[in-house]
Design a binder for this molecule. Sequence first.
Ligand code: GTQ
Length: 349
Amino acid sequence: MAELGTLDQLPADYLDDLEARNLVPLWPNLRSVMPYEKPARKSQPVLWRYRDIRPLLLKAGELTPIEKAERRVLSLANPGLGLENMMATPSIYIGMQLILPGESAPCHKHTPAAVRCVVEGSGGFTTVEGEKCPMEKGDLILTPSGTWHEHGHQGADPVVWMDALDMPLVYYLESSYCIDGESQPLRNVPDASQTRYRRAGLVPYASLGKARAPYPLYRYPWTEVRQALRALEADTAADGIVWLAYVNPETGGECLPTLGLSTVMLRPGETARPVRRSASAVVHVIEGEGESLIDGVEIAWEEDDTFAVPTHADLSLTNRSTARPAYLLVVDDAPIQRKLAFYEEFPPG
Ligand code: GTQ
């Protein structure tokens, strides 16, 4: 490990000459962009309490009509990355979106991919490419890159959901933009989770052997995912994690090219210690309460809370209840890292 030369070892007139020609010497900066052993990380382990968010989001409902917001969202920003950058982790944007009864958020499509997880309220819906997806607590709705989507609300109480987008990555690539569209004509059928992909292991015969649709399923209903976790518990070793990945039912691969989606059930009193990973993640608490240690930082979470897990961080997840399971949604950037061929897991020892 050679000691590298520093900027102050270079003559001022030489540095001026470089700067005048838009040139920068690498060696004084090499260790900061490429440190040994572990990446430099600005992201912090952060907890966003729903108890804090909710009144401020409802206040936004009073202060800003939907027409003035397009999307009425408070972004969950990681202070380590600069609040104004609206990044929960280096690749993941998280927002909490409020829609009031009778309101609608107009149709658009954009280059960033999005996924939503319903936090509270009944009667909301998102229409994706003409498919009307009901939104009930815990439901996951995908709006992949380039798909038309709009939101509405036919219920009586405020509806709130969490948005996760790969926007920080797409923005960094100077590729993030949006196109407004007309409200979509509805295909008058239930969403594909109730029709074409009603059950794992079955796909419409016509799709066999055909070019695979990139996004056959937009909605993953929580009531069914929750049952699937309960069923998996019966076949999970006591020291194993009850953990399901959301996948594309036609390919068995990740639902989205950038964001990984999975859900963990913590048994009463359980502490899970997932293997340390190179991916960053955001964890959202669908049900339950507990605590986590993230690189030594203790975070006590409750239902509907959300927290950020930086890349390469140590993570534990403890269900504080000895009576009820806890259910977590994990959004991570492992799919990006796998595609770039540097995704790693670091088993202990
Ligand atoms: O609902 O389409 O939180 O376009 C940020 C950007 C939500 C959305 C966000 C968006 C949306």
